[in-house]
Design a protein around this ligand. Structure first.
Ligand code: ZN
Length: 457
């Protein structure tokens, strides 16, 4: 079989044995990877098609991979599969300023696409911490979210068309460029967020937006959760759609940053109940900063916020964001962690934070439980470190958090997907008829079950 793959791909396109580097099996603690049969690195859609046709004929399992920055093990080989890494399909094919589209191969790294668009006065709005390694195909296959969803939506909102290869090798080219196209089913949505279980995305047409001319960033301290919600509503009402990010960090996270992350410099004093990082994206260079300053002053006067700092330079802006995104040095001191990506109605978030921290501290005195996230999107992340990190502990922590989520009518996965890591809890957020229809679709498109088996279900 390896020989047959080698006939399809040129020399460096096929990796076996010791040549399979850690890139293809490193789950960074999210799921456990086995050893793949081989790693294939095609350079074109037709090569992906030939590979899948061969695999389909003999029932060989396949795992598609993007930048391997996922957090639920969705790209991890479980053992014996053919890994198809799209990393060499990294061409930017076409930029259309009038139509505001960017057509790319799916292995283009997100940050590369960002820089390409920004040089031309546009933006691809999807943005997240892993921008330097995540690929367009990966963020499509996982319907990634990140820090701009409140303004521009998830990746789904930025995909106009795509090309995918079906498990039997059929090429489904649907490189639509129009915002409106209701000619029958919109098939691209089958492949957006289905974690590589229904097809391998090989190319895409991304929707671009004009690059905002101003970016203003502030760090805000708020005492009560009700005021955080009120402040979000206030900002949305006065900013007229310019609110780009609304990231909330609970007090425990701020305390953790001060104690464990010596390279980070919080701009406000310790002790507020909540810290909010807000960012506005506007088009009035002369007045946008003054406008935000006035809005914050009004919010202080109304008692909605207790303290605020407005970034005065790009350097300060980066320092604010580092508090939200770069706490890795602190996480590394925590030992085994269980991390969560959950969503729920915004008004329930205060209760959620209180209930899970109380429950975890009661079960594991002295443990760490950090809550933060994209509050404007109804999405929170939780990092729980309960010490020993045994399978029993992990299950107990999972059950604790997800049972609160179930009570609140939330979702066990807001933006990371299910992969292998959240499989046991899919039914906590989806009904039996929903899961049955997902499985019907899977069987119809991949009757032999060769594409990313063992993921989601
Ligand atoms: Zn996130």
């Amino acid at each position: 079989m390896i020989d047959a793959f080698a006939a399809i791909l040129d020399g460096p396109g096929v990796l076996t044995g010791a040549d399979i580097g850690p890139r293809y099996t490193n789950t960074r603690g999210h799921g456990v990877a086995g050893t793949p049969l081989c790693v294939l690195r095609p350079k074109s859609t037709i090569e992906v098609s030939h590979i899948l046709k061969l695999c389909h004929d003999v029932g060989q399992a396949v795992v598609p991979q993007g930048g391997m920055s996922g957090l639920v093990g969705g790209g991890a080989p479980l053992g014996g599969e053919v890994v198809i890494s799209l990393e060499r399909m990294n061409a930017i094919e076409e930029f259309d300023a009038d139509g505001r589209t960017l057509s790319v191969q799916s292995g283009v790294v997100l940050q590369t696409a960002h820089e390409y668009c920004e040089e031309r006065g546009f933006m691809l709005p999807l943005d997240l911490g892993a921008r330097g390694s995540a690929t367009i195909g990966g963020v499509i296959s996982t319907n990634a979210g990140g820090v701009r969803v409140i303004r521009y939506g998830m990746m789904r909102e930025s995909v106009l068309g795509l090309e995918a290869v079906l498990p039997d090798g059929t090429i489904l080219s649907s490189m639509n460029k129009m915002l409106k196209n209701n000619a029958g089913y919109d098939l691209k949505h089958l492949f957006i967020g289905s974690e590589g279980t229904l097809g391998i995305v090989t190319r895409a047409v991304c929707r671009l937006r004009p690059k905002p001319r101003t970016v203003n960033t502030a760090f805000v301290g708020i005492n009560d959760f009700a005021d955080v919600v009120a402040f979000l509503g206030y900002l949305e009402s006065v900013l007229g759609g310019e609110l780009g990010s609304f990231e909330v960090m609970w007090q425990g996270y701020d305390a953790f940053v001060r104690e464990r992350c010596p390279s980070l410099r919080p701009p406000l004093k310790a002790g507020y109940g909540f810290y909010v990082l807000i960012e506005t994206l506007g088009n009035q260079p002369d007045s946008d900063q003054g406008k935000l300053e006035q809005i914050l002053a009004d919010a202080l006067e109304r008692g909605l916020v207790a303290d605020a700092a407005l970034a005065q330079s790009d350097q300060q802006r980066a320092a604010f964001w580092a508090i939200r995104e770069n706490a890795g040095e602190g996480f590394r001191t925590l030992g085994p962690m269980v991390s969560f990506d959950v969503s729920m109605p915004i008004k329930s978030m205060g209760t959620f934070g209180e209930r899970i921290t109380a429950s975890l501290f009661q079960q594991y005195p002295g443990s760490t439980c950090l809550v933060l996230g994209h509050m404007g999107d109804g999405n929170l992340h939780v990092v729980a470190a309960v010490g020993s990190g045994t399978a029993e502990d992990k299950e107990r922590v999972n059950d604790t958090v997800y049972s609160v989520i179930r009570d609140l009518g939330g979702s066990v996965s807001a933006e990371h997907g299910i992969g292998t890591e959240k499989k046991d809890y899919l039914s906590w957020s989806r009904s039996p008829p929903e899961i049955a229809l997902m499985q019907t679709l899977k069987r119809a498109i991949d009757p032999k079950g060769i594409l990313n088996p063992g993921k989601i279900f």
